[in-house]
Design a protein around this ligand. Structure first.
Ligand code: FAD
Length: 274
């Protein structure tokens, strides 16, 4: 869609060129959301592509994902990842978990999806489950870091201050080496995720992590020293997810989302417990 209120598109070579931030400015990533509906308050787009940040950088410590990395680039990494990254197939699972999938994931960026902070943001599910750490660049301060699971605070809400940039997401190698289980439900083919749950288990210490997304207003992560008993897991879900935290929209009712959360959590527990 044409954005008739936009008067200027800036293409900085460095983020520092945007020295001050005004109401009406917006960072432009893949544009799949920005150009999908009227943005009547926006008069200036600042294109992040011109910063030319390398999309993916794998090191002995893990994977650095630039916020500008296209979802399709992460998808392609699935089969090129180091062989000990047992969780690499999760890239593909999550990249293909968008509504209308391929139309969006060829242009959308990982960072744009996390900053949108929608419950059904599959890049949130992926990076939260793999213990991702966001690096944020405030406009007038030192870079700061925050876990992805704490970055999103509610539906379409996050910790970013006005003008603050999500620079990158780091996935630690110990998380990439974990065994995983993935469950997702949509009411329609290629529909929006109603629930998306990911479990991981540490091969060395047996720690079990369950990340609950899409069905809840924000991501929830439960940590256990070992795979819990079924009753312990259900109790932990009830403690962490009050009924009011389940999303109510045309893609699913809170009751159905709660039911699916219990159902898939138990499947994941059984799968990773074997
Ligand atoms: C048909 C359709 C289906 C969709 N399906 C889904 C879906 O299933 N799940 C879902 O979550 N979303 C979905 N979306 C919404 C949106 O397309 C995605 O969330 C997408 O990942 C956004 O990424 P983008 O790079 O295109 O962001 P943009 O549209 O470029 O930007 C989105 C917002 O994030 C800000 N932003 C972007 N990058 C940064 C950054 N690095 N730092 C600070 N701010 C930044 C922008 O200013 C803007 O406010 C869908 C949209 C459409 C049109």
């Amino acid at each position: 869609m044409d954005l008739h209120t936009v008067e200027q598109v800036r293409r900085p070579a460095r983020a520092e060129e945007i020295a001050s931030w005004e109401a009406g400015f917006a960072w432009l990533a893949g544009g799949t959301w920005l150009f999908s509906e009227p943005q009547v308050d926006v008069h200036t787009l600042i294109d992040l592509e011109s910063l030319q940040w390398p999309s993916l950088h794998a090191t002995a410590d893990g994977l650095e994902i630039a916020s500008t990395c296209k979802v399709v680039e992460l998808d392609r990494l699935t089969h090129k990842a180091p062989s000990d990254w047992k969780a690499a197939p999760l890239f593909r699972e999550c990249c293909r978990s968008f509504l209308s999938s391929f139309k969006i994931w060829n242009e959308a960026t990982v960072g744009g999806n996390i900053v949108m902070s929608l419950p059904a943001g599959p890049m949130i599910s992926l990076t939260a489950a793999l213990e991702g750490i966001c690096t944020l660049w405030p406009r007038d301060g030192q870079p700061r870091q925050i876990a992805v699971v704490d970055f999103v605070t509610g539906e379409h809400q996050n910790v970013l201050a006005p003008g603050e940039l999500l620079r990158s997401i780091h996935l630690p190698v110990h998380a990439l080496r974990k065994k995983f289980a993935f469950r997702r439900f949509t009411l329609t083919h290629l529909g929006r995720s109603e629930v998306l749950l990911i479990g991981t288990r540490c091969p060395e210490h047996g720690e079990f992590l369950l990340t609950i997304t899409a069905g809840t207003l924000r991501p929830i992560q439960l940590t256990f020293a070992a795979v819990p008993a079924a009753t312990e897991l259900k109790r932990a879900i009830d403690d962490a997810v009050p009924f009011s935290l389940y999303l109510d929209d045309p893609h699913g009712s809170p009751a159905h989302r709660q039911h699916l959360t219990y159902y898939f959590a138990e499947q994941i527990r059984a799968e990773l417990g074997n």
